[in-house]
Design a protein around this ligand. Structure first.
Ligand code: CTP
Length: 393
């Protein structure tokens, strides 16, 4: 859904990251208007932001704003959300104390829309007691604070205080306007392909990219859930802002990792494409050709069924399975849901879904079947979360 985003830039070197942020938010389909402090315009030219956003930039140095004008009122009335990135210690201190003596702090004071800040500052400034108080004040005022990260700083020191990268802010910002239908729920998701070793360099795997599982992790996080993601091999980036992530490459490792965490969960979504069989005679050394021309024999043994094992726990979480089918998709999926004894199953045709950005799903539960047209995996994930929320509310 397209939103009007007001992006405030205060004076820090991290302002360069906000150029990329504007680009990413525009790519998501949003309308972005940039407002810059006097100091910010020293770091990056307002022209840069005008070119990237396609909208006039409001700044104290390049017109569009005069101290007694009404631009600050009008702009926040049009905005769905106001993000200040980077937010300096100075700007944060003013907002925490209701001071409105420049463009950005006036916008913050006059806004009706939600406000988020992405602090960027030196590590000592970040831990300074006054800044700690100010950050706590913002949070208690209902302002979202995108916590700075650890790393090398422009001043040459190393520590917490770097603004998150633009790609992270662009991913997390839309959570602000997503309905919190899974607030307080703990959700464990498996994603990606498992890998069963034949020897140290070869193995058996499948075409799953992990896009559906990671899209679901993002959708659950956006809906307010605390998400644990256990993943095999992924060909897609890990989501930001999850409660816990751990890689478990083989089916056996994934089984053990899931059972280590499942006791605390309200929901289990089994999206991983788990190998049904592992290599019984896997070799600790690389298999060599012995010159006889006779290929080595690979013996298989059955892997545990992770989903069925979770569903058969005494107090199971609400379980959702995925059925990857290549023919008679709905028939097989309905039978699979009953066989695994789970309340909900998502059917997909592997020829449409595997390794691709789109999917055509049918959500099957005991009350109804919801078939979606072929769609982006993020939209498919949102539909699954909407149906899940009806069951676990
Ligand atoms: N699954 C699992 N552990 C396994 C195999 C599958 O947890 N060892 C889960 C998958 O994550 C998915 C569901 O079971 O949610 C169905 O997986 P799928 O591969 O479609 O079916 P299988 O159970 O393997 O059955 P079949 O191979 O007969 O289609």
């Amino acid at each position: 859904m397209s939103k009007h985003i007001l992006l405030g830039i205060s004076g820090g070197i991290a302002a360069y990251k906000s150029c990329e942020l504007v680009r990413l938010l525009k790519k998501q389909g949003h309308d972005v208007t940039v407002a810059m402090s006097r100091a910010a315009a020293e770091f990056v030219s307002p022209l840069t932001f005008q070119a990237l956003s396609g909208n006039p930039v409001l700044s104290e140095t390049h017109g569009g704003y005069s101290g007694n004008g009404m631009a600050h009122i009008n702009l926040t009335r049009q905005a769905d959300v106001f993000l200040i990135a980077p937010a300096t210690a100075n700007t944060i201190a003013k907002i925490a104390n209701g001071i409105a003596d420049n463009l950005l702090t006036n916008l913050a004071a006059a806004r009706k829309c939600p406000l988020a800040v992405a602090p960027a500052m030196n590590v000592e400034m970040w831990f300074n007691p006054a800044n700690r108080r100010n950050i706590a004040q913002l949070i208690s005022d209902g302002i979202t604070v995108f916590q700075p990260v650890y790393g090398e700083q422009a001043c040459g020191e190393t520590g917490i205080g770097r603004m998150p990268e633009a790609v992270e802010l662009a991913e997390l910002l839309p959570d602000l306007w997503t309905e919190k239908t899974l607030q307080g729920k703990k959700v464990l998701i498996t994603a990606g392909a498992t890998f069963e070793a034949i020897d140290p360099v070869r193995g058996i795997t499948n075409l799953s990219s992990g896009q559906m599982g990671t899209a679901l992790a993002r959708a659950c996080r956006a809906a307010g859930a605390e998400v644990t993601l256990i993943y095999g091999q992924l060909q897609t980036p890990l989501p930001f802002g999850l409660a816990y992530t751990e890689q478990a490459v083989s089916a056996q490792a994934m089984y053990e990792t899931v059972h280590k965490h499942i006791g605390r969960q309200d929901v289990f979504i089994s999206v991983a494409a788990v190998a049904d069989y592992k290599v019984k005679n896997s070799s600790p050394q690389k298999l060599k050709k012995d010159g006889s021309g006779i290929p080595p024999v690979i013996k298989l043994a059955e892997n545990p069924d992770i989903l069925a094992s979770v569903a058969s726990l005494v107090n199971p979480p609400f379980c959702i399975g995925f059925a990857a089918e290549s023919e008679n998709v709905l028939e097989h999926a309905r039978a699979k849901r009953l066989r695994k004894n789970i309340p909900m199953l998502v059917a997909n045709d592997v020829s449409i879904a595997m390794g691709k950005a789109t999917n055509q799903i049918t959500i099957i539960d005991e009350k109804q079947e919801i078939s979606l047209p072929e769609t982006d995996k993020n939209q498919a994930a949102a539909a699954i979360v909407a149906r899940l929320a009806e069951w676990v509310k």
